[in-house]
Write a protein that binds this ligand. Sequence first.
Ligand code: ADP
Length: 191
Amino acid sequence: MTTPPIIRAQVRESTVQLLQGDITREETDAIVNAANTSLLGGGGVDGAIHRAAGPELLAETRALGGCETGDAKITKGYRLPAKYVIHAVGPVYRPDDPDVALLLASAYRRSLEVAAENGLTSLAFPAISTGVYGYPLKEAAAIALATTVAFLRDQEQIRQVRLVLYNEAAYHAFASALAALVHQQSELRYL
Ligand code: ADP
């Protein structure tokens, strides 16, 4: 099995990167966790992040008192290579509810805002809500990338955002969504 190449694009002074991999290995300032409202850990990427960070992470998230859907909270990264973890809560997908798209966009935007408020310059996201929470990959990829690019266009603090996709299907869904955005937006171009 070969890993597909990293795809890079530029928006003003910042880069967006798509790659296939395990987010717990990322050496960015922060990795984003696809958490649930309890912030007490769970399966999927949440479980992997807690296992890799060690028990001190759960001790810190316990003290945060949970997090609303669409919001994000920051902790230290403990044993992870990343300095911080930003715990973002995406929505559980419901097909006929227009709020799910707004809540998913909000989870990405709040993560970027929290990173910027804390003086960070790089962060890595997983495909929030696309696992147990059931969000269709194609729609989730379009929302994730449109929200990220819109945020990066209006600021100078965050210089690098990586979307770390766990499998090939997620990587290809994000690659197609990025291609569509590059086609639409003149400020966004491939590197
Ligand atoms: P949610 O409850 O938000 O759907 P999940 O953890 O179930 O969260 O899934 C979110 C995404 O994270 C899925 O696309 C899943 O394949 C992916 N994922 C699982 N483990 C990892 C990992 N170690 N690194 C990056 N992505 C991961």
